[in-house]
Design a protein around this ligand. Structure first.
Ligand code: SF4
Length: 493
């Protein structure tokens, strides 16, 4: 019935090969993971909430995403009946299907609203809107305006949700009108791609990850080695693509004389030598500056598109858990502390109260990637003013265990050019592994806790709490062990 839809047009605009594979070789597509499904579910929930901005509409959502014919007919009937507001209005023109979130009649014309769960209108959303405008006007309607309805991240919830303040409406009519000139040509080109027998000859590129992570990457990137490739170059800034286009796939093959940053040079040299690079004087200086008792500390946070609690904004990172291992001297056994929110309300007050009791008045607070923890402490100080003084006093004590790795003072080939704790830990302390845990990633912890808070978690809550405590606890135990390795290595000649 249609050759293209809004989603396949956007897919083809990103990469023609991705469009062809989607139409002909969907078996090669990666399955939808939990994080992607959560993003999809958020989009659906936000879309339904935004309908309250234009109440009393008729809903033309199809019963199944595979058969839009009834939705197109229902939309046409609603227009002919004189309905003022139509949700999920579906149109077919020029072999392209487009479903618009909200269509509102205004005199002889119409206003089109596309709802996005993002915090602002994005460029790719204008492409999306331009296609919809082309299809809708092709069906004979006159569009007076085209807008993106998105979340207003400055909205702070106070009591009941105020939908008119939660959302912002940004007109993109001007950009859409400019973009529309190219739409018919693009549609013709993409239809030709869909109908051709052979897969387009497209090499991998930066477009494999932008604006969306392509779900055929494991297929197209199969020739890129899983370890030691130029794509592991620290802060590549396009250098990795220059090397790839020059036929260089492995870090160890990067020619001498290639322009690289100091951290990248350390990486390449480590890959070429296959041995560690340790800047012992720099490491000793950093270690000597640590003040005991040393508090190895880590937050876990979650966020929600629609703010759940008073005083919070859309997509605000809310700490719900921490782990703390306190060492009273170099090499001493750490004392473990932890907090995990109940999952039944805003966890921040209880978290801060326990944190201030646990953390003690003196000694450094060692974190991994300090900007994240520092930002969260500042936000807590702002949102809980009665704890502000005590929280802000913690900031002067924060030191970053990421520093020796980010600065390239300690580089081993097994880190594969990366410096996140998930890579550094197995490289330096192979007996401690995230792989052995049920929750292996911060993003998973965040997602599961968000489900617990929203009441959508369907598993064993006791087991989930144990898994979250084990995950966050390993983050700070990992820091204890990594620091121990640095202290040991720094004194060797
Ligand atoms: S992985 Fe890259 S090259 Fe392959 S289909 Fe996706 S965007 Fe295109």
């Amino acid at each position: 019935m249609h050759l293209l839809s809004k989603s396949t047009y956007i897919r083809g605009r990103q990469c023609t090969k991705a469009l062809w594979l989607y139409k002909h070789r969907r078996d090669l597509m990666a399955p939808v993971d939990a994080a992607s499904q959560a993003i999809f579910d958020t989009g659906t929930a936000v879309g339904e909430l935004a309908q309250q901005l234009f109440p009393g509409g008729v809903d033309c959502t199809p019963d199944t995403p595979y058969d839009f014919a009834p939705a197109i007919a229902a939309t046409q009937a609603a227009i002919e009946r004189g309905e003022r507001v139509i949700y999920e209005a579906a149109f077919l023109h020029d072999g392209v299907l487009a479903a618009l979130d909200i269509l509102v009649r205004d005199g002889e014309g119409w206003r089109a609203y596309e709802v996005k769960s993002s915090g602002s209108a994005k460029e790719y959303q204008v492409h999306d809107a331009a296609l919809q405008a082309h299809v809708i006007e092709g069906c004979g309607l006159r569009l007076l305006d085209v807008s993106i309805v998105h979340l207003d991240t400055s909205y702070v919830r106070r009591g009941a949700l105020e939908v008119d303040k939660l959302f912002a409406i940004t007109s993109v009519k001007g950009q859409v009108d400019r973009e529309r000139e190219a739409v018919p040509t693009r549609i013709a080109e993409l239809k030709r791609i869909v109908q051709q027998a052979e897969v387009p000859d497209v090499d991998i590129g930066a477009y494999c990850s932008a604006p969306f992570e392509c779900d055929f990457k494991h297929h197209c990137w199969a020739h890129v080695p899983a370890e030691g490739s130029v794509f592991e170059l620290s802060r590549g800034m396009g250098r990795e693509w220059e090397l790839y286009r020059a036929g260089i796939l492995l870090l160890k093959d990067v020619p001498t004389g290639t322009k690289l940053s100091a951290a990248q040079r350390h990486q390449v040299e480590a890959a070429q030598r296959g041995t560690r690079t340790i800047d012992r004087p720099a490491l000793r200086g950093w270690l000597a500056d640590l003040q005991y008792p040393l508090h190895h500390f880590d937050f876990e946070t979650f966020m929600s598109a629609v703010p759940l609690f008073d005083g919070t904004r859309p997509y605000q990172q809310l700490p719900f858990q921490y782990s703390l291992h306190i060492q009273h001297g170099p090499g001493t056994a750490p004392e473990a502390h932890a907090f995990l929110g109940s999952g039944t309300g805003d966890p921040r007050e209880a978290l801060v109260a326990q944190l201030l009791a646990d953390i003690g008045p003196v000694g450094d607070i060692l974190v991994y990637n300090a900007s994240f923890e520092v930002s969260r402490i500042k936000e807590l100080a702002c949102d809980l003013p009665h704890h502000s003084k005590a929280l802000l006093a913690l900031l002067t004590r924060v030191k970053d265990l990421h520093t020796p790795f980010k600065a390239g003072w300690y580089v081993v080939p097994a880190m594969r050019g990366r410096t996140s704790i998930k890579v550094v830990l197995p490289a330096l302390v192979p007996h401690l592994r995230y792989d052995d845990l049920n929750v292996k990633e911060g993003s998973t912890a965040s997602l599961l806790f968000a489900q617990l808070v929203s009441g959508t978690y369907t598993g064993d809550v006791g087991q989930l709490r144990a898994d979250l405590l084990a995950y966050c606890g390993l983050d700070t135990l990992a820091m204890v062990e990594i620091l121990h390795v640095l202290q040991r290595e720094a004194v060797q000649d």
